[in-house]
Design a protein around this ligand. Sequence first.
Ligand SMILES: [Zn+2]
Length: 356
Amino acid sequence: MRFLLSPLFSLLLFSWLNPTCSIPVSPDASDKAGVLPAQPLLINSGKQSPQLQGQQDVQIPSTPQTVKSVEGGAPAPLISDEQHYNASLMATTPFPKWLHDFTGLNEWPGSEPPYIPLEFIDLNKIQKFSPRTFGTCNIDRSSCSFDCFKCVSFDDVYSCPVFSQTFDDGPHPATIQLLNGLSHRTTFFTLGLNVVRYPEVYRLAQDKGHLMASHTWSHKFLPSLTNEQIIAQFEWSIWAMNATGHHLPKWYRPPYGGIDDRVRQIARMFGMQAVLWDHDSFDWEMETTPPKRNKAKINADVRRWKSEGKGGLLLEHDVYSSTVSSALSIAKILGPNQMTVAECVNSIDYIKEFDY
Ligand SMILES: [Zn+2]
């Protein structure tokens, strides 16, 4: 299986991400707690997504869409709709010493995070696909692009036995309203930049038992980036989640659904698996001028999809009060019998959780 990783690889992975493990990244980072797992491969303990062997194109039922409108036609707002903002949430995740020792930096980066080389990532082993810009597609389908062709690979998760909500682009002050209203566990695909900006919101979601996953560091269209830039998008997102929630993500969703085999290959080196979707609420279109969507239209779509009785993963966003309000309405329609992405495929929540 492509996910089998050598113990050495795993050791390096955990040593890099775990500030208390035995291969020091700093003089004081020696093994304090023996936290390395004896059998390292939680990474491979999860089942692959159901029904998938090799790559395939999937039929995604839904509102008509163009390539450009996948998962938000415009870059997600990193800071918007401050109406629920609480001054007590101003604190940001401190830049940890272990990360300073490892990177030599003193603060979280902006939207262009620097590439930090990692021992377990071999750039020479990454497939050679030329970067392509947002909204463009190669005629050749061999790279298995989801945003262009709805192609999914063997380890992508794109559906769920139970029709379940998922949320992208937070955490955000608007997320709090959602957390207060949900009565089921759900999955949040978080942006690293927002994780370190709103750590209390992140931890509130975590404490309520929701599954925290990665949506990269700053919401770039990954196929347009160099290998080093893609690595930077993943590593900084992982570091933000580790510094804030003390865990390493297993699941990530590529912004705009922008994924091909080059992106997948890099993510697999981190032990992560892609999560896509088979139903799109297009909830962000409530925020266009004029609004292209409203709650009633979204609810009608959701009721129709629910009536098909096939399950599925619904894409939503938790960074506007409008989309959060819509989400709570959808939650009433779907009811609390929903699954997190990990539950959808009977797998693990995180690659590792720390007790420090
Ligand atoms: Zn997004």
